[in-house]
Design a protein around this ligand. Structure first.
Ligand code: NOJ
Ligand code: CA
Length: 554
């Protein structure tokens, strides 16, 4: 266990509000840095890059699952919630990583996956070996099938990855999995399940973890009577909190219980909900007696344009205020096409996260010709400066600080993501944003490790590597470093005031405390450069504010 040593200029160990306006850097551990040369990123790799993270200037790291896992879903299929995947490291490595991050003034949030375990989890194995109706089966959701011999699934539900949501076991019963078949859903009405997650939260909190990102936070509570509704019947249920599977009001009892665990620590552990719910339902997840903060993925789903960006910011500031929380912002993560690439497609395509992921959009051929990589990156840099000037927490995804594009041309036989297999290749899946990071221009796996990478890296990674961008005045890495340093210096209270005079047409401008003004030109023709000292610009400005550019002025 390690104590938190704050650096000059960063929050102190006892600042319970440290998360409210934090810049949080998401590490997808198997693709960040490989310390032992087996092609898989690991905890020693992260430890070796702590100086990089410190210089980048992030306040916290969010670590995606690092637990033992068969990787049926990139680690979101957890075999054991209180251990480290031996391919990634050991609990001692974990403690060393926490100490190294804390010594550098960086906090750590870990991913908790409570909706489902993996099918290799000891409890699921026990359930399979136990009879129908046994206490072991009650920790998951087992049902008899329909039809005379029970060989039809209990309901016609589809999993989120496509294909049926029920899988039959050798003894004839069926179990529910809202994601892959390797991810059986827990029964959260079972007290043993509840107690086990309290134990897990304390286990990592005791090891010095500062907070948690809660996977599928809107899924845990389910209302499954004897008569299961059909898919069509469920689709007709639109009343808030009434759907049998998603966003039920009872889920908040679980988070109120967790809050009591978080508050056992000083400072209290924090949590952020991954909850894909109606915007108006988000404040419940973000309330102070619950998880405390919730993601909104609105910017990530929006086209690069002034009107939607303004509406999204205004709406989310109001929703966060309703919860007494701070807003969250996300432009990229491990589930979506990187924003540099999304913004390079024609505007209507960038408006959805799923469409550009289809094979047509990402592989070579006609639609690829519609991808303008330079414009995409230019807009991405502008969107990032816009995001980093907003009040609230910014969740950054590894590699976006290099301006990385999605990798579109991964051969089918190298793909790993279940969405690729379940959609029979129609959706190419999420591997394209999970390719191991390039650290150097040359060498095996561009410095990711000494012996290859678990997903193939394209040759253009050389010029997007940390080495190629390090200390280059115009690089995206330099822009992120400058922006994060300035943000730390300028960030005061969570106030934001729109500058109505500057916000005209494609231009959107807002003021923050300390005379900090952020102005973005979302259009393609130049606009007037606002008066004041230009502190930072996402693209070169020369007397005017060019298209697809953000400036910070004071
Ligand atoms: C959301 C995670 O971000 C995603 O990667 C995962 O596949 C699903 N939850 C299921 O755990
Ligand atoms: Ca490794």
């Amino acid at each position: 266990m390690t104590s938190f040593t704050a650096q000059a200029g960063t929050a102190t160990a006892h600042d319970a509000d440290w998360w409210r306006q934090a810049a949080v850097y998401q590490i997808y551990p198997r693709s960040f840095a490989d310390g032992n040369g087996d092609g898989i990123g690991d905890l020693q790799g992260i430890i070796s890059r702590v100086p990089y993270l410190a210089r980048l200037g992030v306040d916290a790291v969010w670590l995606s699952p690092f637990y033992p896992s068969a990787l049926a879903d990139g680690g979101y299929d957890v075999d054991d919630y209180r251990d480290v995947d031996p391919r990634i490291g050991t609990l001692d490595d974990f403690d060393e990583m926490v100490a190294a991050l804390h010594a550098a003034g960086i906090r750590l949030i870990v991913d908790i996956v409570p909706n489902h375990s993996s099918n290799r989890h000891a409890w699921f194995q026990e359930a399979l070996a136990s009879p129908a109706g046994s206490p072991a089966r009650d920790r998951y959701i087992f049902r008899d099938g329909r039809g005379p011999s029970g060989d039809e699934p209990p309901a016609d539900w589809e999993s989120n990855f496509g294909g049926p949501a029920w899988t039959r076991t050798p003894d004839g019963q069926w179990y529910l999995h809202l994601f892959a078949a390797e991810q059986p859903d827990f029964n959260w009405d079972n007290e043993e399940v509840r107690e086990d997650f309290r134990t897990t939260l304390r286990f990592w909190s005791d090891r010095g973890v500062d907070g948690f990102r809660i996977d599928v936070a809107h899924g845990l509570a389910k209302e499954l009577g004897d008569e299961l509704p059909s898919r069509a019947e469920m689709e007709r249920i639109t009343a808030p909190g009434q759907h049998p599977l998603w966003d039920r009001d009872e889920v908040h009892e679980i988070y109120q219980d967790w809050r009591r665990v978080f508050d056992e620590y000083d400072p209290p552990r924090i949590a952020v909900a991954e909850a894909w719910v109606e915007a108006t339902r988000r404040p419940r997840y973000a309330s102070a007696d619950g998880l405390g903060q919730a993601f909104n993925f609105d910017l990530l789903e929006a086209p690069f344009a002034a009107e939607p960006f303004r509406r999204i910011v205004a709406d989310n500031l109001a929703l966060a205020a309703q919860a007494g929380s701070s807003t969250t912002w996300v432009l990229s993560n491990h589930d979506v096409v990187r924003h540099a690439t999304r913004y390079g497609f024609p505007v209507d395509a960038s408006a959805t996260t799923s469409r550009p992921r289809t094979r047509d959009w990402l592989l070579s051929g006609a639609p690829e010709a519609e991808l303008d990589r330079d414009l995409g990156l230019r807009r991405a840099r502008a969107a990032t400066l816009f995001e980093l000037a907003l009040p609230g927490s910014a969740y950054l995804y590894q590699g976006e600080e290099l301006g990385l594009h999605e990798v579109g041309d991964i051969p089918d036989d190298a793909r790993q993501d279940p969405t690729f297999f379940h959609s029979r290749g129609v959706d190419v899946g999420r591997d394209g944003c999970r390719v191991p990071l390039p650290w150097t221009r040359e060498g095996s796996s561009f410095g990711f490790g000494s012996n290859g990478a678990h997903l193939p890296q394209p040759s253009w990674f050389a010029e997007s590597s940390v080495e190629a961008e390090d200390d280059v005045a115009t690089s995206t890495l330099t822009l992120y470093r400058q922006a994060l340093a300035l943000r730390r210096e300028l960030q005061a209270d969570e106030g934001l005031v729109w500058d109505e005079q500057l916000s005209q047409g494609d231009v959107l401008a807002f003021r923050r405390p300390n005379g900090w003004t952020c102005v973005t030109n979302f259009g393609s023709s130049p606009a007037a450069l606002p008066s004041g000292e230009v502190l930072l610009a996402s693209s070169a400005v020369d007397g005017e504010l060019p298209g697809a550019t953000t400036v910070w002025v004071r």
